[in-house]
Design a binder for this molecule. Structure first.
Ligand SMILES: Nc1ncnc2c1ncn2[C@@H]1O[C@H](COP(=O)(O)OP(=O)(O)OP(=O)(O)O)[C@@H](O)[C@H]1O
Length: 301
């Protein structure tokens, strides 16, 4: 434990349904770890109703040194959004099906290992962005993937298999949409299969849309997949899963500090995995190093 980062009063926001995993044992483990290290532990279990308001009320009532989101990407985004611009760091115990942000941050996916972060960690600042005022910490999309995210969130079935099945069904008839993008570095006008506004690197599935993105460089990337022949789809997929999307002639990336995306066809959108309605004109703003995160202590050498 690094004394400078000693975080004593901890709030754990636990999503009881995330990842279809029973959390009772985990709650006991969290309490045990905290007791062993003389840390104060408060637990809030999400209900799915007015959780942001409830967590905000907790933050207003007591002074917490850190808040751990225990759940999937939805729980992490909800807690993270409340901590942007504050001095309270976000910890993550990943328990969802994707866990995209935690993977990009190098947080252990093994629960026992992730629990060590409660008492052994470093705190670092990362950038966040916002889309028309809505915070995004990880990846947001317009286009094909956003449509799949929307269908997935409307469906009953969870898990990567269900997601892949929806993607396949939607892919068969999907037509690229028209976008105009103005940034402080370059502009784009034309059709795209998908437009990802990336603060980070890879989706929870491990498909890396922005492999060289850096989360504390004051920049974000607009990653375009331009229209491609159906026969090129498998190669594109392989490139995404091997950190090599830049090698594709259908991929284009704009690195910038601010942007306006004109979603001319009013295609669906998501922010960090949550489907959203953003309107035709989307202003993207960068907030450098605006979120503190709890990370594993880097290995030396
Ligand atoms: N007690 C609860 N009962 C029902 N729904 C809940 C409850 N608590 C939170 N939720 C809902 O869970 C969703 C967030 O789930 P989260 O993303 O954390 O896990 P997941 O869906 O299993 O993981 P992933 O997003 O990685 O697939 C939100 O829609 C939230 O409203």
């Amino acid at each position: 434990m690094q004394e400078e980062n000693k975080l004593r009063n901890l709030l754990f926001v636990i999503n009881p349904i995330a990842g279809d995993i029973d959390k009772e044992e985990l709650e006991d483990e969290i309490k045990t770890v905290c007791a062993e290290h003389q840390l104060n532990c408060t637990i809030y279990r999400t209900t799915g109703k007015q959780d942001p308001e409830q967590v905000k009320a907790h933050l207003g009532k007591d002074k917490y040194d850190a808040v751990f989101a225990v759940g999937g990407d939805g729980t992490v985004s909800m807690v993270g959004a409340l901590l942007i611009g504050t001095s309270i760091p976000l910890g993550i115990i990943p328990l969802g099906s994707g866990n995209g942000l935690s993977k990009d941050l190098g947080i252990p996916q093994d629960t026992e290992e992730a629990l060590q972060l409660i008492h052994e960690h470093v705190v670092r600042n990362i950038d966040t962005i916002d889309l028309n005022g809505r915070p995004s910490i990880h990846l947001s999309d317009l286009g094909f993937n956003a449509l799949v995210v929307k269908r997935f969130s409307e469906g009953e079935k969870r898990g990567p298999g269900a997601y892949a099945w929806i993607a396949l069904q939607e892919y068969i008839n999907y037509e690229s949409k028209f976008y105009r993008i103005e940034t402080d570095t370059e502009n784009f006008e034309g059709e795209a299969f998908m437009v990802t506004i990336a603060n980070a690197n890879a989706f929870g599935s491990n498909a890396a849309i922005n492999p060289s993105g850096i989360m504390n460089d004051g920049r974000f990337e607009i990653c375009l997949i331009e229209p491609f022949p159906k026969a090129a789809a498998p190669v594109l997929l392989v490139r995404m899963y091997t950190d090599n999307i830049d090698g594709s002639i259908y991929s284009r990336r704009i690195s910038c500090r601010k942007a306006t995306v004109y979603n001319i066809d009013r295609e669906v959108a998501h922010i960090d995995g949550e489907p959203v309605e953003l309107g035709e004109e989307i202003k993207v703003t960068m907030h450098p190093r605006s979120l503190k995160v709890i990370l594993p202590i880097p290995e030396e050498g």
